[in-house]
Ligand binder design. Structure first.
Ligand SMILES: NC(=O)c1ccc[n+]([C@@H]2O[C@H](COP(=O)([O-])OP(=O)(O)OC[C@H]3O[C@@H](n4cnc5c(N)ncnc54)[C@H](O)[C@@H]3O)[C@@H](O)[C@H]2O)c1
Length: 324
């Protein structure tokens, strides 16, 4: 099948590209390289350096005969979204609408959308948080991710375009960008390998759900299969019916993460503490029971193992002299 992966030069998208190619699909990538890197791109994909908001997207759909879309391109930086909600909405909402118009025009069979369980719920009342928990995004980025789910819902219900939204926890692993939601792993890991002191904001007891990239990629493959089989897609009454939390169900504090990374990197120093940053959630971790039941997805790589693999990747970068 001919699959378009938007954001395929980025952290998560590039791993999804690799997995789709390994499954025998033909993959086309659209990415403007604003945060993605050409070196992440599989040599087996066809790459277009393009903004997803561009009218040229139509030509790519037509010429490449796109049949399925995996949408990972986004403005992903929470603080940038606060500084410029307009730019966040331009990419995350207008870009999505451009993409969806083309999906309809060219009869695309389904869309997998990268949403965020870390931001659409806001500060949850109950943990681990289920898909049906009330939504209360606390940043423009969270608003745009949630709005994107509503647009997808509308396109599905009114125009018959099938989709699945995967609400990721904090995704970490090789190729990860320090600006993303699990940026702390890349930032701490890099600093500790260089012998520099990492900074912990607040008391370090903030809880997050760290999910390893390989598990996230498998969720994308399972969601693709579900859309192609069209199994269980008929009775959807709200965005939550189309959404799956992708997380471990376990909250890990920044302090705990720091200790685990100390072990993985061999760093022996302490961390510096700075005042807590405004607008940061206190605790969030995700109940992924629905993904287990309906997609057959469960996380398989534990945090310790995943961190070891990530540090190994960062260490190799150091040895080869690439910027880490
Ligand atoms: N990393 C996480 O923990 C996490 C958690 C929840 C959701 N997500 C979502 O997963 C997706 C991928 O995130 P990531 O962590 O891999 O980030 P990333 O920055 O590595 O990937 C995003 C990619 O999109 C590209 N891009 C940005 N704006 C674009 C535009 N206008 N046109 C074309 N391409 C554009 C970037 O160049 C980059 O390659 C995003 O949608 C993000 O919101 C990530």
């Amino acid at each position: 099948m001919r699959v378009l992966v938007t954001g395929g030069a980025g952290f998560i998208g590039s791993h999804v590209v690799d997995a789709l190619i390994a499954q025998g699909h033909e993959v086309v990538v659209v990415d403007d390289l604003s945060s993605g890197k050409e070196e992440n791109l599989s040599p087996a994909c066809r790459f277009y350096r393009l903004d997803i908001c561009s009218p040229d997207l139509e030509r790519i759909f037509r010429e490449e005969k796109i049949e399925f879309v995996n949408h990972h391109a986004a403005q992903i930086d929470v603080r940038r979204s606060v500084a410029s909600p307009e730019e966040d909405a331009r990419v995350n909402i207008q870009g999505l609408l451009n993409l969806l118009a083309n999906c309809l025009r060219f009869g695309v069979r389904g869309v997998v959308f990268a949403s965020s369980g870390g931001v659409v719920y806001g500060e949850p009342d109950e943990l681990p948080v289920k898909e049906t928990h009330p939504k209360g995004p606390l940043s423009p980025y969270g608003v745009s991710k949630l709005a994107a789910e509503y647009y997808l819902f509308y396109f599905a219900r009114v125009h018959g375009l099938p989709y699945v939204a995967l609400r990721y926890g904090n995704v970490y692993g090789p190729r990860q960008d320090p600006h993303g939601e699990a940026g702390v792993v890349a930032i701490f890991g890099r600093k500790m390998l260089r012998g520099e002191t990492p900074t912990i904001y607040g008391n370090g007891e903030q809880l997050r759900d760290y999910v390893y990239i390989e598990d996230v990629v498998r969720a994308n493959i399972l969601a693709t299969e579900k859309l192609l089989n069209k199994a269980g897609l008929a009775f959807a009454g709200s965005i939550d019916d189309f959404a799956y939390n992708i997380g471990t169900g376990r909250g890990t504090s920044v302090n705990e993460l720091f200790q685990l990374l100390k072990r993985a990197t061999g760093y022996e120093g302490a961390a510096v503490h700075r005042p807590e940053r405004a607008g940061e959630l206190r605790r969030i971790y995700l109940d992924a029971e629905k993904a287990a039941r309906e997609l057959g997805w469960q996380p398989q790589v534990g945090l310790e193992e995943g961190l070891l693999r990530t540090v190994e990747y960062l260490r190799e970068g150091a040895v080869e002299g690439r910027k880490i």
